[in-house]
Design a protein around this ligand. Structure first.
Ligand SMILES: *Cc1c(COP(=O)(O)O)cnc(C)c1O
Length: 427
């Protein structure tokens, strides 16, 4: 697989290089120089999930990771992505059946399995800051993998106790630090560490963040899985609504379309942070200050995957008319959670934003699919408030609730963090 930096086409990389580097020069994103078209889509859709995913990924990866791919996918994709019917016209793709109950498990686990097979000599340290979801997905994805240590910083007392326990109770190669500061302070500590050669090179830092190309490739697979579960006569006019923050999920869907998956069009569904819907209407890229909403994993006003979607348009892989944007405010998000409940489907704010955008935009003769990116229990308080009734905890959350957090507490001080990491990892 060959990739090029979207900011500097002379900066090229193989998949393995792009995976390890994360970002290219000038913070540019890596993007495939060519997206392969799959033939015999019906046959591809008829395959079982794991086998089909290997087929798709091997088309993308070309001659890279050929030997290891089967093993990687078998270890990464260990849970289902079922399509559930909500009403006659609309279904939902549930992406929250992984260990941390959010769709980030797909990308995180695939990345971890790839990295594990590319780091034979020096142990790698994944250093990341989290305000909740990403940390849990990264921690579970890398837990127990030889030669990779994970250090996760989070703002002490500022994430829900249940969310915290999802990643602080694992132990082993997963080290968690509760920083006496906010999320921005955690991010600044991470940046400082990456700028410190002694730590960056000494501990072989890698960020495992959401722009990593490996995550996108993994996410392409579940769009095929969705279509395989939709009756053939409905596939022709299928509209897919994606709840979007950094737009990695939507980018993956559009890559699937570029590979030949018959999706008619997409809806980029955002909360009040509507930079993309406004841009699609006016052609002006004008990010505003980020607003806090109920669907907080999408509180992003400068979505960092957007240049990849532009590249899909510019290179002619996807027509611009195949994407519309829609911003959903807080009132309509609540209304959507209730409307879904009335149809017998318990949901949470992120999926509800997509449902609202879809039901608002769906035309005559079209069939709709929206993506559910998190289990409702991950946003339990919000959902219970909106619905006025309790919802049940799935087993994965119930299990960790009774365990003790293993996180270390540290002040917001880079030197102390550095000492802590070196003592922990250099031994
Ligand atoms: C990360 C996340 C999103 C946004 O996905 P992007 O790929 O960043 O657009 C949506 N919903 C949930 C629950 C998330 O955790």
């Amino acid at each position: 697989m060959k990739l090029a930096n979207l900011k500097d086409a002379t900066d090229t990389a193989s998949f393995a290089e792009a995976l390890k580097r994360g970002l290219g020069k000038n913070q540019g994103l890596y993007f495939p120089t060519q997206i392969p078209a799959l033939h015999n889509i019906e046959e591809v859709l008829a395959m079982p999930f794991v086998e089909r995913s290997i087929h798709i990924l091997s088309a993308l990866l070309g001659d890279e990771m050929e030997q290891e791919l089967t093993d990687i996918v078998q270890h990464a994709f260990t849970f289902a992505a079922p399509v559930v019917e909500v009403n006659e016209k609309i279904s939902v793709l549930e992406l929250f059946h992984g260990p941390t109950l959010a769709f980030k498990d797909f990308g995180g686990r695939f990345m971890a399995q790839c990295l594990a097979r590319l780091t034979n000599d020096d142990p790698v340290t994944i250093l990341t800051a989290t305000s909740g979801d990403t940390g849990a997905a990264v921690a579970h994805a890398f837990h127990g993998i030889d030669n990779i240590n994970v250090v996760i910083l989070f703002p002490k007392g500022k994430i829900s106790p249940l969310q915290e326990k999802l990643f602080t109770t694992l132990g082993g190669n997963i080290h968690t630090v509760a920083v006496e500061g906010d999320f921005d302070a955690c991010q600044t500590l991470v940046k400082t560490a990456f700028d410190d050669p002694e730590v960056r090179e000494g501990l072989h830092l890698n960020s495992a963040n959401s722009i990593n190309i490996s995550r996108l490739l993994a996410q392409v697979c579940y769009y095929f899985e969705a279509l395989s579960q939709i009756p053939q006569h409905q596939r022709e006019a299928l509209v897919v609504a994606v709840p979007s923050g950094n737009f990695g999920n939507l980018t993956a869907g559009m890559i699937a379309k570029a590979m030949g998956l018959p999706i008619k069009r997409f809806i980029a569904a955002t909360n009040l942070n509507d930079t993309v819907p406004r841009y699609l209407k006016t052609g002006q890229w004008e990010p505003k200050p980020t607003q806090a909403t109920m669907s907080n994993a999408m509180d992003v006003s400068q979505p960092n995957n957007w240049p990849r979607i532009e590249a899909l348009f510019e290179k002619g892989y996807v027509d611009k008319s195949a994407l519309r944007g829609e911003s959903v405010d807080e009132d309509y998000t609540q209304i959507a959670v209730r409307q879904l409940a009335q149809q017998g489907y318990t949901s949470e704010p992120h999926a509800a934003v997509a449902y609202r955008a879809l039901s608002h935009d769906l035309g005559e003769g079209e069939t709709g699919l929206f993506l559910a990116t998190a289990h409702p229990a991950k946003f339990r308080e919000t959902v219970e408030n909106v619905l006025g009734q309790p919802i049940s905890l799935p087993q994965a959350l119930a299990n960790v609730a009774s365990k003790d957090s293993l996180a270390e507490s540290l002040p917001n001080d880079y030197q102390l963090l550095k000492q802590h990491m070196i003592a922990l990892l250099k031994s």
